[in-house]
Design a protein around this ligand. Sequence first.
Ligand SMILES: [Zn+2]
Length: 380
Amino acid sequence: MMTPITYELIKTDKQTGARLGRVHTPHGSFDTPTFMPVGTLATVKTMSPEELHSMQANIILSNTYHLWLRPGEDIIEEAGGLHKFMNWDKAILTDSGGFQVFSLSDMRQIEEKGVHFRNHLNGEKLFLSPEKAMHIQNALGSDIMMAFDECPPYPATYDYMKSSVERTSRWAERCLEAHKRPDTQGLFGIVQGGEYEELRKLSAQDLVSLDFPGYAIGGLSVGEPKDVMNHVLEFTTPLLPSNKPRYLMGVGSPDALIDGAIRGVDMFDCVLPTRIARNGTCMTSNGRLVVRNAKYARDFSPIDEHCDCHVCKNYTRAYIRHLIKCNETFGFRLTTYHNLHFLLKLMEQVRTAIKDDRLGDFKEEFFEQYGLNQENPKNF
Ligand SMILES: [Zn+2]
């Protein structure tokens, strides 16, 4: 199958097996492993596209479900697609809406045809199906689209998970059939199966036989312990073709990013860095820093002395704390910029370490420093 999304494997790390690669899209290429900032409503909250460019973000994620409800995919299509609508000329990945249907709405009814549920804003009845999810993402014009899948809660029984995986495979086939723009938009399949190795195998086999240009690993980071996630990754990534990108959905803490890369993941996304930023929490090379805490009222040092972002060069903890305490938008912009810059820089360091065959050593060095002064290491 011809595809607008291609993956180039540059090399693997001799210490860990992590992959250094490059993904090519109709809106430019990006190096992997990479982290994708989340722009739910066609904006990475408080960041301008110019600011995202300046921190070398080359791909962002946007949410089909939210854009379907507001402003509606027809308006975005009329604007010339999501790239034009939001003035972002680099790559965009859109999810399928499935995760929001299963996480935001409690009144849902799953049928073979699709899912009935209620709008989380006004309670109105809605229906989302593989065909509808493809129609919306085709209208948005994202470079990478995601297949509509079922994301079962954790934990789920083996029997439930098995029937869910089988349905997700049938839905994936329907997504491929309904996808109207395969020349300009690449569709990724999503491997499900929870913590069950046999079901991950079944799901991967089904999806790989459909020959998607890339694969996501779904159903992780849904409340399972960290060692379960790492274990699932260990037996799932080897099931996926080595010449296609692999995307772990909903993961954005520094430890999970490094652990995921070590297990062969290329792409990650999460609202964590932007969400905690608006709450006055920063990611730093010394661990998490809650800048709104009283002890920073007279601290005129930068958020992270090892960070070279423009926020750390020009603004102090005391000033940022003051802005956030007063709910000033500028404060949220500063912490958001720093957190995204921190994660994008971390991924750049990961790529350099893979290039030098020393990701195992880098992980040790990073956490030796990261573990210091952590105010709440488990919460990250
Ligand atoms: Zn910084």
